[in-house]
Design a protein around this ligand. Structure first.
Ligand code: PMP
Length: 304
């Protein structure tokens, strides 16, 4: 990914893509503490628009706060910088990756004395779990790795160290031919996907796992509002993996994954084994919303 044309915003300036490098003694590389976001901009009739930019940027600042990292830019500056990156790279639609990390001034666990750097890159990125997955659903397997306990890493923070756990789970199940991992919490209840939140539909009702050890996803929040518009109140409860086995429909949500139906879990076919009707309704509305075809949601779009 490093060998590309274009510009990356790095500590307040746009720099040529290939020059956006950092030293091998970067603290965050050694100890795994960097806070980041995944954001998408979509093509709309009014040009590219970043979806829920304020909420993503606020979550980045919240993640930093949780880990006592001082980001030297304000919410407004970080929002403006993300718009600048989309414009500078002339992108119609893209994925954006803002990240704040500690520099190479020092070694040792304490972050005191290490400078905080911020970079923002953006590039075109299609359906994270594949176009086929978006249409027909993906095959998921429960990982033997559990989602980290709420008192191990902080679930409200989107922090790089959490993703070591996600990577273990994802590698484990994709090596066996599945598309994505489902993680249970340390008590054995359904938490989330390796990089997605989860919804389950049974008898016309929509459920989500209690959001204790999962990331409070922004796509999840968007889907809850969309579902309400269709007259569904999302019920949050402890879910077991076999609740999913006997569900009518299930789907993952995430900025990268968008709304991806789950057609199988642990070799049990969920419902009809393809994208279900309620999932399809919500997914289709989601794509209308992000692409600027739903005026009621205009406040979620920041035109760059
Ligand atoms: N959980 C995890 C572990 C994730 O990495 C993501 C993706 N950021 C999500 C849930 C979904 O969050 P969002 O909808 O805000 O992208």
């Amino acid at each position: 990914m490093a060998d590309r044309d274009g510009f990356i915003w790095y500590d307040g300036k746009l720099v040529p893509w290939r020059d956006a490098t950092t030293h091998v003694l970067t603290h965050s590389l050694h100890y795994g503490l960097a806070v980041f976001e995944g954001v998408r901009a979509y093509k709309t009739d009014g040009g590219p628009a970043i979806f829920r930019l304020r909420e993503h940027t606020q979550r980045l600042l919240n993640s930093a706060k949780i880990y006592q990292m001082t980001i030297p830019y304000s919410l407004d500056e970080l929002m403006a910088a993300q718009c600048e990156v989309v414009r500078a790279n002339k992108l119609e639609s893209c994925y954006l990756r803002p990240i704040a990390f500690y520099g190479s001034e020092k070694m040792g666990i304490s972050t005191r004395g290490a400078t905080v750097h911020v970079s923002i890159a953006a590039w075109p990125w299609g359906a994270y779990l594949g176009d086929e997955g978006i249409q027909h659903g993906i095959r998921v397997k429960t990982s033997s790795y559990q989602r980290q306990h709420v008192n191990v890493t902080m679930a409200r923070a989107k922090v790089s160290s959490t993703y070591a756990n996600s990577i273990l789970a994802n590698l484990e199940v994709t090596a066996q031919g599945y598309d994505e991992a489902l993680l249970l919490d340390t008590q054995g209840f359904v938490a989330e996907g390796a990089g997605e939140n989860l919804f389950v539909i049974k008898d016309g009702r929509i459920f989500e796992p209690e959001i204790a050890s999962a990331l409070t996803g922004i796509t999840r929040d968007s889907v809850i509002r969309i579902a309400r518009e269709f007259g569904y109140e999302i019920e949050s409860r402890r879910l077991t993996r076999d609740d999913l086995y006997i569900a009518d429909e299930a789907f993952f949500t995430g900025t990268a994954a968008e709304v991806t139906p789950i057609r199988e879990l642990d070799d049990r076919v969920i419902g009809s084994g393809t994208r279900g009707p309620i999932t399809e309704k919500i997914q289709s509305r989601y794509f209308d919303v992000v692409n600027g075809r739903a005026p009621a949601y205009a406040e979620w779009l920041t035109h760059v």
